[in-house]
Design a binder for this molecule. Sequence first.
Ligand code: DGJ
Length: 732
Amino acid sequence: MNIIWNKSSEQFHLYNDRISYIIGVAPCGELSNLYFGKRIHDRDDFTYVMFRMGMPNIVVDADTESYSMELNRQEYPSFGTTDFGTQAFEVETSNGSRISSFVYKDHRIYKGKHGITGLPATYAEDDEAMTLEVDLEDEVAKMSITLFYTVFEDYPVIARHASFTNTGSERAKITKALSGCLDLPDPDYEWIQFSGAWARERIPKVRKLSDGITSIESKRGVSSANQNPFVIVKRPNTDEFTGEAIGFSFVYSGNFIAMAEGNSYKRLRILMGINPDRFSWPLDAGQTFETPEVVIAMTDRGLNDLSRTYHRLYNNNLIRGKWKNEPRPILNNNWEATFMNFTEEDILKIAAKAKEAGVELFVLDDGWFGDRNDDYAGLGDWKENPEKLPQGMAGLSRKINAMGLKFGFWIEPEMVNPDSNLYRRHPDWVLSVPGRKSSLGRHQLVLDFSREEVVDHIYGMLHKVISSSSISYIKWDMNRSLTEVYSLEAAAEDQGTIYHRYVLGVYRLYSKLIEAFPDILFESCSSGGNRFDAGMLYFAPQAWCSDNTDAIDRIRIQYGSSYGYPIVSIGAHVSAVPNQQTGRTVSISTRANVAYFGTFGYELDLNKLPEEDFLEVKKQIEFMKKYRRLIQFGDFYRLRSPFETDQCAWMTVSPDRKQAIVGMYCLRSNVNTLPGFLKLAGLDENTLYRMEGREYYGDELMNMGITLDLFYKNGFTVSEDYSSFVAVIEAV
Ligand code: DGJ
């Protein structure tokens, strides 16, 4: 990895073994993108890739030899001079002008990577990455912009963000500040987004790109289940194993926009950042605003390779603390077993059976605090309900620990029910517009986390419960979108900052809790997967993937999630049948065969299982304990798509390629068909492997494939709905 500055041509070349990213100062002084793709040799000058043509209707800069921004690729484009595309940022000066021209001023190149104040970001040691900071200045606007680029040694990745500083003496306003822009020289790409809704999150949807705009966004205050802040552009012939693709992953948990725009000259512009709708940020003299980070990954080896890049980068350089690269505890959560209707005795019975099965961690979900017996009351009152927990969290955690289980509990710190002591005492602490009704979501209002005192107060309450007990895990939930976003404390001109300040408040509370309790494993949750994003992973190393725990639906949800997020971050549990969300009945083995490919746990009362299922659960837990490092941290391959076929298959391979596990699932039976073949991947061609009592060479498994009737004896048959198998492959 290196970053070269070629002074005579004023060009930067960032590269590692797999990629080159080349930027130059254009004749107009702004930065132009010259290349991003597979690694190429360095040269003194790549200016020849800039177009200089005076064509009718194109506005050119007369002083700079017919250079038009519209015809060239920009690095951080503005609007208002010679580019008519969508701009990456917009600054409004005190005289009302929104025209800007930020020209190259200075730069710094250094080893490693700095953090971003108050925001999550990838991190790197000095030998893992190099960073370039380029300062741009607009003398008229009296503002400077610094663009940050990090190239990693081990990943085909560029991480980007920007910062704005008011260098003048008057207040200015930023009305748009995206994190990055990538202009590509041709538009022959398809766009993959991960869309859905509650209980059907992150479903891949593919669109062909063309002239004009393709875009997704969130305006819900959370990254959202509707559109995930991760997109891929790929060549039309790129598949899981071959071809070019570029991923854009936003390390942020609030409103966002991701956009592709093809212009009339074959330029394809990709933009990602905080959604400019409802955003504005006043900047007084000397103040700085920093954007979140966007992680741009590139592959010429297909989508599986792109996903593995994100899996590895996020496991090694985003997730932090004790749980970084640590296999996750097998847990039992009581939510679907009891909902809010439980006594301590009920909980202890469920926990005792969980312990008997081999579970390691018991999680008490919603309903333990305040007057929380249904979802109409109690949120905000983070004090144990003595009727449910007579000796408080301290007493319950002691009893659970005495069984030999770790203990954790559920919180939803950003919310308040109108029927709560917190709301009665502080009705002005919610997001609401004076004189207007505030919309309820699950009978709750959103606390104004843009205010420090609100965050500090919630922290105080939570700190008390956590520090009085023995807590190893916390599930942090968030169950509604933000509406009527207005802070009763902020001035009129600051109201455009509130969505972002809210997210900063969430991150601040996470940071304070992590600092106070560094060993706690946090699992983020937002009505399931409503806030499953790279920003959250910096604080909570795993995320409850969906409230839909039906194994068959989960195959699709987990398959979609695997494109951008590590397997170890995907919260997945076995739940009861008929499934509470879908009414579907699926065998205990298929339920586990799906949940293995995630954090793994149980979301039910094991006392209620038939004896033979309980015996099976014991075996499942033994299996997961033995193979969880391989499954959670191995090289993951999607083999067969449940979106294109009635089957699904995926596998994970150990880094030394001596061990692998394959999962195969039948979503819908097909009568009178042959079982067919499944080609495996990622193995060593010359190694002899054993699977299900037979031996095969790696090349045989990967090129010829296995015939699926081999697994009939394990209960898998392509002619039976919801059958599945998981097989271990080991080098002989
Ligand atoms: C929504 C979560 O996704 C569920 O798992 C559960 O924790 C409930 N909230 C509790 O209210």
